[in-house]
Design a protein. Structure first.
Length: 327
C-alpha cells in the first residue's frame, strides 16, 4: 500500500522533503490541489511519465496536465508563450484554469500524447506549490485514480483507487473546489474553451473576450484531457433525471438505489441519498465525494436530479453527463 503523510501542524517541511525525494527518484506522488488530487511525476522523466499511464490504465492518446508553480516556470516549459496565456495566467493563477500552449522540448512527448502543445496549470495549494518550488521541475499530474473512474477529492479516494500503484500520498484534507480545472487552448486563435470548470465562461471572457466554447470535434490530435465521452463514472449506473420524474425512476431502477438531490425528498425512500443543494459551487465541491460515497454504500443504481441548465452549472453538468454515458 502507498505511503501516506497527513499534513498537519509541524510536519509540512517533512512532507515537502519526502515528496521531492520520491519525485526526483522517478516515483509517483499523489498531490493535493484545490480541484482534485493529482498523480504526479516529473514531466521531463520519460520512465516516470510512463508509470502514470500504467498506474491509471490511461490510454496514450489522452494528454496530461503539467503543473508548475508560477508564470516564470510555465514560460520555461512552453515552446512559446502567447500574449493570451500571459493575460489568463496573471488573472487566474494559481487557480483552477489550465492553459494549452505550444510545447517546449523539455516536456516528454508522451505527456502531450505526442502532440505539439502542452497543458499547463499552477495549482492553488500551498503544500503542492512548495513541493514544486523545492523540486525545481515541472510535474505531470492527472487525477490520481484509475482511468474513467470518479476523480479523488480526498486522500482515501486515492488509496482506494490506486493502492500500491502510487508511492506516496500527501494528505492535505478534502479539495476545496472539487472539480477539475477549466481548460483553455491559447495556442491558436481564437482561443477555445476545451473543458468547462468552476471558473465559468463569463469569467474567462472578462479577461479573454475572444474565447469560444469548443467540443474538440474534428480534432485528430487531442490537446486536453477530459474529452472522453465516458469519464468520472462511479461503479453504480448513473442516470440523470428531471425532478418530476424522480419517483418513477426510483421505482424502476435496479436496487440498491441511491439518490443525489438538489433538495430533500423524504417521500423517496431508497438505500442511500445525499442532498448537495442549489449552489453550484457547493454542489461541485461535494459531487465526486458523493459519488464515492454512493459506491461505498453499495448502490447499484444512482439517480441524479438534473441540475439547472445554466452557465453557472456547466462544469457540473459536463461531469454528470460524462459519468452517465454508457460504458
Amino acid at each position: 500500500m502507498a505511503e501516506v503523510i497527513e499534513v498537519g501542524e509541524g510536519n509540512g517541511a517533512e512532507a515537502i522533503a519526502r515528496a521531492v525525494e520520491v519525485l526526483a527518484g522517478g516515483g509517483l506522488v499523489a498531490l493535493p490541489t484545490e480541484t482534485v488530487y493529482g498523480l504526479a511525476a516529473c514531466a521531463d522523466d520519460e520512465r516516470a511519465v510512463a508509470r502514470i499511464f500504467a498506474a491509471k490504465g490511461r490510454p496514450s492518446h489522452n494528454p496530461l496536465i503539467v503543473h508548475v508553480p508560477d508564470v516564470g516556470a510555465a514560460r520555461a516549459v512552453a515552446g512559446t508563450w502567447p500574449a493570451a496565456a500571459d493575460r489568463m495566467a496573471r488573472a487566474f493563477w494559481p487557480g483552477p484554469v489550465t492553459l494549452v500552449v505550444p510545447r517546449g522540448a523539455s516536456v516528454v512527448a508522451a505527456v502531450a500524447a505526442g502532440g505539439p502543445t502542452v497543458a499547463l496549470r499552477a495549482p492553488a495549494s500551498a503544500i503542492t506549490l512548495a513541493i514544486l518550488r523545492r523540486l525545481g521541475r515541472p510535474v505531470a499530474a492527472p487525477s490520481a485514480n484509475r482511468s474513467q473512474g470518479v476523480s479523488p477529492t480526498r486522500a482515501e479516494h486515492v488509496v482506494s483507487s490506486l493502492g500500491a500503484r502510487v508511492d506516496l500520498v500527501i494528505d492535505a484534507g478534502p479539495c476545496a473546489v472539487g472539480l477539475e480545472s477549466a481548460v483553455v487552448d491559447v495556442s491558436r486563435e481564437p482561443a477555445r474553451l476545451l473543458r468547462p470548470g468552476t471558473v465559468d465562461l463569463e469569467q474567462l471572457r472578462a479577461v479573454l473576450p475572444e474565447l469560444v466554447p469548443y467540443d474538440g470535434a474534428g480534432d485528430a490530435q487531442r490537446s486536453s484531457p477530459g474529452q472522453d465521452r465516458r469519464h468520472y463514472a462511479p461503479a453504480a449506473r448513473l442516470s440523470l433525471v428531471e425532478s418530476v420524474d424522480l419517483a418513477d425512476a426510483a421505482r424502476r431502477a435496479p436496487g440498491p438505489t441511491g439518490l443525489l438531490l438538489l433538495d430533500a425528498r423524504p417521500d423517496l425512500p431508497v438505500a442511500w441519498s445525499q442532498v448537495l443543494g442549489r449552489d453550484p459551487r457547493h454542489y461541485a465541491s461535494g459531487l465526486f465525494a458523493a459519488l464515492w460515497a454512493a459506491d461505498a454504500a453499495g448502490c447499484r443504481s444512482l439517480i441524479v436530479e438534473l441540475p439547472p441548465r445554466s452557465p453557472a452549472w456547466s462544469a457540473v453538468l459536463d461531469r454528470l453527463q460524462r459519468a452517465a454515458a454508457p460504458g
